[in-house]
Design a binder for this molecule. Sequence first.
Ligand code: NDP
Length: 328
Amino acid sequence: MSAFKAVVIEKTDAGQTVGICSFDEADLMDGDVTIRVSHSTLNYKDGLAITGKAPVVRRFPMIPGVDLVGTVEASSNPAFKPGDAVLLNGWGLGETHLGAYAEKVRVKGDWLIPLPQGLTPRQAMAIGTAGYTAMLCLMALERHGLRPERGPAIVTGAVGGVGSVAVALLAKAGWHVIASTGRPGEADYLKNLGAAEILDRSELTGPARPLAKERWAAGVDTVGSTTLANVLSMTKYGGAIAACGLAGGMDLPTTVAPFILRNVALLGVDSVMAPKALRLEAWNRIAHELDHDKLAAMTSTIPLDRVLEAGKDIVEGRIKGRVVVEIG
Ligand code: NDP
């Protein structure tokens, strides 16, 4: 295969163009492992890359796609051999390095982990960066010493990808989960994933008071902006919020009041450059703790040809749960 099918973003004087075309293997970037991609997925960041809504793409041409599962075709890295099933999340894939929406990738072996035992390629991509980030958030809350006995946990952007997995993981770990959403019609979906209560997103979108009534001990925030400010102002004494997203905006119009008067902690969570040991721990835990039926209930599947349209949908908040992209 010297040419293969890929989604390609080009930069022109008029802006960016994106389309599905034939890409020459000779133009792949440096790396010591070449992989035949079987599945990828759709994350919010992939939507930003496809639409150009935010400058996540750092070189052109770019093949977007931050997540992949595939089979090693060639390797000069001693840790991998042809035929190995591998998983990659982040490390700049689809941003600075040619990414996953392609039949073939060439990457650094150091970025890869083996496909976790107990997960099929499709399940691993149903989880994807969104699900692995939800687990990093749970782990951050636990590292902070928080346990379900301390009170409820809120998840914002609950119908989205990170949110759906966070609801399922927190509920499984014993938390009373309050799922915040702008889609009240999805209440049954969220309850089936394990949410105990549904909170309308509008309760968190107005300007935040420095401190408000204490409602939860922990939280996973995928929205940022006034939503995170309100969530912090309603966090119980000694609680913590794991912040991983900006679906509602990058700003944070808050005061120091929750931090200095209620001992609240804001825990930053990044998945892209997370060290390998943390990734392995997170994936091992997801493989064992995420209910496979719940994962299936939150997942839909599309072919590569539909990813451009789905990329627009995710940045406009129209995607429910997780989307697997079938490639090879
Ligand atoms: P999705 O689009 O699937 O989910 C985002 C959800 O946020 C939507 O479903 C919606 O939930 C809610 N939302 C969207 N727009 C607004 C708005 N204007 N105001 C309030 N709520 C809104 O995206 P993902 O789950 O893939 O990603 C969520 C966020 O997490 C993104 O910002 C993404 O960049 C970030 N992220 C960060 C990572 C990291 O490493 N830190 C890794 C992965 C993701 P509902 O309909 O329920 O209201």
